[in-house]
Design a protein around this ligand. Structure first.
Ligand code: SF4
Ligand code: SF4
Length: 363
């Protein structure tokens, strides 16, 4: 079947591909990991490329981006790409240029790493995928880039060396809307609001469309006070998701003392060996403590190391947990079990909403 018949939304559209990649589209024969961060790809046509991967903090100044583009001009025919986990990748056609690029990236502060060699069963940690945080979005319960930087500083050696037993995807979403794939990652941090929004009656009255504000609440907690041209929130029904604040700026949901971070484990999208699974909460709340979030960093590191030191080769977080049992997991990760961790999610028809009944479930 002709390769052109397949369409994918992975990677850039064809006109943006480096010429060597476009020329060999669908013809790549095999690849090998030359060293952590450098993958050699060989085509049926005889062409060879070297893909060099570097970690990035995701938020970059325009000056840094220009520096990175200068390196693309110098080493990779003017092409550069960002992976979905915020790694920077250059595709080089000349092996002799790899060391020069790595050296210049090192000077700019970008480490080489994040690859895996599955044939040898050695894995490096890829970068942490994360959301906008306090710098950009309007509903975060915690920051994104700040925590991720603090966590990756602690796990740096696992990015630059392939010494993990399997893939471990770490993610962060700064609120429960979770733009960051935290439901399907091995280890996740999620910003949690714990109190309903404030109601600024005057702002609601002046700026919000009341019917759409009420309709935007997924639990039906919002009613309209027609006489006062504002809304009321039934706190017993509110799950502090912040969706109403997206619709109406008169309902801000920021509580510095009550917002914080939950830790989840055991999600995965891949159906290799074990079906896709949703993450489960293992720490319900940790307070925000910027700028370095030591409590969150410590919790993530504890769980990560418990898995890294005890899992078998190729065994992802949920596979390891299910082999040893959740009780043993809590013991090895040194975590407390509280009533907040009991899964009692029941909202009418949504109770069937699991991966096994979604289109993700293939059989
Ligand atoms: S996870 Fe929530 S707060 Fe963070 S970027 Fe997405 S919608 Fe905004
Ligand atoms: S925070 Fe969420 S659940 Fe609470 S009132 Fe707003 S939309 Fe409804």
């Amino acid at each position: 079947m002709a390769v052109e018949k397949f369409k994918t939304d992975f990677g850039p559209p064809k006109p943006m591909l480096p010429p060597v990649v476009e020329k060999n589209y669908g013809k790549w024969k095999y690849h090998e990991v030359v060293r952590c961060g450098v993958v050699k790809r060989v085509s049926e046509t005889g062409d060879v490329v070297y893909v060099a991967r570097f970690g990035s903090p995701r938020l970059l100044s325009i000056y840094t981006v220009r520096d990175l583009c200068d390196l693309a001009d110098k080493y990779a025919d003017g092409y550069i790409r960002w992976t979905s986990r915020n790694n920077i990748e250059y595709i080089l056609t000349d092996e002799k240029k790899v060391d020069g690029l790595v050296e210049e990236m090192k000077k700019l502060g970008f480490p080489l790493g994040g690859t895996r060699d599955t044939t040898k069963g050695v894995y490096a940690l890829s970068n942490i995928i994360h959301t906008q945080g306090w710098i950009h979005c309007h509903t975060p319960a915690t920051d994104a880039s700040g925590i991720v930087k603090a966590v990756m500083d602690e796990l740096y050696e696992y990015f630059t060396e392939m010494k993990l037993p399997a893939i471990c995807r770490i993610s962060l979403a700064c609120c429960g809307n979770m733009c960051g794939a935290v439901h399907a990652s091995d280890l996740s941090m999620v910003g949690i609001h714990r109190k309903p929004p404030k109601i600024l009656d005057d702002v609601v009255k002046r700026t919000c469309e009341l019917p759409s504000t009420a309709a935007g609440c997924p639990t039906g907690a919002i009613t309209i006070d027609v006489k006062k041209k504002t809304v009321r929130i039934d706190e017993a029904k509110c799950m502090a998701c912040g969706n109403c604040y997206t619709i109406c700026p008169g309902l801000p949901i920021f509580w510095p003392e009550d917002d914080g971070v939950a830790i989840l484990v055991g999600g995965k999208v891949s159906d290799a060996r074990h079906p896709p699974s949703l993450s489960k909460v293992v720490i319900p709340w940790i307070p925000n403590n910027p700028p370095r979030w030591p409590e969150v960093v410590n919790a993530v590191k504890k769980i990560f190391l418990a898995w890294a030191e005890n899992a078998r080769k190729h065994e992802r977080m949920i596979e390891w947990i299910e082999r040893i049992g959740w009780e043993k997991f809590f013991e090895l990760a040194d975590l407390d079990f509280t009533h907040h961790l009991i899964d009692d999610f029941r909202v009418g028809a949504y109770q069937y909403a699991t991966y096994r009944s979604s289109t993700q479930f293939r059989w």
